[in-house]
Design a protein around this ligand. Structure first.
Ligand code: SF4
Length: 343
């Protein structure tokens, strides 16, 4: 797989052939129906992830992008161990982590942190900010003395732009932007190496989105952090990401260095997605309008899952699923047409 230009490739997190299905059949009685006088049981699965392979390199910000329902949040949650894979594996450096129990996962809990979209739900309304920030230190760094723990809380609050004197306040006493800064502080306070950020700015006012994004970028530079950044916002990808993986119906259709993918998208779905935004410098792109609707993830199309909407589809596309193969200096694409130069 292609990697980040100018960087020695060293995977921090690897996702291998990841599948995640959700049973949406309801209770046993909901699954039963009568057909031609016989009792039939029907189990329905939402196929959220369908063979995802990703290598997240140390120090990079890999953005996962795609429309709502494409599976990007499921990737983030599965990497963090909040969901277990139906098939496939997740690795942190050389350790496989998706099969670990709570105790086995403990050493990785400190290295891997998550920032959620919903800062209302991610902070306990009954705990002061100081208590919220002290808890993870006490758990992961019990060797620190109380004054050292308090110093660490004060310094992390200052570093995310929240007055350290406000530690005795409760979450509802802060604005949305400040609450998200506190959520970021809680993730950073245990000195992680890797952060999954799931739409961390999309619930914030537009006026403060850039400030919080800059805070995340500064943290990356100062602490050498690695990000898996889940977003539907292409301008955020352009601003924040070093690489981008474009997802459609639970598969990666294109992954590559942000500049290369944005200047020359190769997969027809990436081309359609990017046609909605102007190029750097304001130049307009040719608008690509896709036919039809996104198929249901309960009943995935055969072959290339994009074939029912693709303007370049040929017979092979409905029969054979294309593999991700190198299609540019820093880009891999899963498309028969790109591989065979149809367009
Ligand atoms: Fe389109 Fe075929 Fe490429 Fe799929 S494999 S994106 S259907 S050309």
């Amino acid at each position: 797989m292609n990697s980040t230009p100018g960087q020695e490739s060293e995977s921090l997190v690897s996702v291998r052939n990841l599948y995640r299905y959700f049973n949406v059949s309801g209770g046993w009685l909901d699954q039963i129906s009568i057909s031609k006088g016989k009792m039939v049981r029907k189990v329905e699965m939402v196929k959220a992830l369908n063979g995802i392979n990703l290598e997240i390199e140390k120090g990079e910000a890999l953005c996962l992008v795609g429309e709502s329902g494409c599976g990007k949040t499921t990737v983030g949650r599965t990497v963090m161990g909040l969901l277990s894979p139906t098939r496939g594996s997740v690795h942190y450096r050389e350790s496989r982590i998706d099969t670990l129990d709570r105790k086995g996962m403990l050493p990785f809990r400190r290295k891997m942190q998550m920032i959620f979209q919903n800062h209302h739900a991610s902070l306990n309304p009954r705990k002061t900010v100081a208590k919220t920030l002290l808890e993870p230190i006490r758990f992961h760094q019990p060797e620190l003395s109380l004054p050292e723990q308090r110093d660490k809380v004060a310094s992390i609050m200052e570093s995310v732009g929240v007055d350290a004197g406000w530690g005795a306040r409760f979450p509802h006493e802060f604005s949305g932007g400040q609450r998200q800064r506190i959520s970021i502080a809680r993730a950073l306070i245990v000195d992680p190496e890797f952060i999954v950020a799931d739409e961390p700015i999309s619930a914030l006012d537009v006026s403060i989105q850039a400030q919080v994004l800059n805070l995340l970028m500064e943290a990356r530079e100062e602490r050498g952090l690695t990000y898996l950044f889940v977003t539907h916002d292409l301008s955020v990808v352009e601003h924040f990401g070093s690489r981008v993986a474009v997802m459609y119906l639970g598969r990666v259709c294109e992954v590559g260095q942000v500049g290369e993918v944005f200047s020359e998208p190769r997969h027809p779905y990436t081309q359609a997605l990017l046609s909605a935004i102007p190029k750097v410098g304001g130049e307009k792109r040719r608008h690509v309008k896709l036919k039809g609707e996104v198929p249901t993830p309960i009943d995935l199309p055969s072959g290339c899952i994009f074939h029912s909407r693709c303007p370049h589809a040929r017979e092979i596309c409905s029969k054979e699923a294309p593999e991700l193969v190198s299609a540019g200096e820093w880009t891999d694409v899963a498309c028969h047409g790109v591989r065979e130069n149809w367009f």
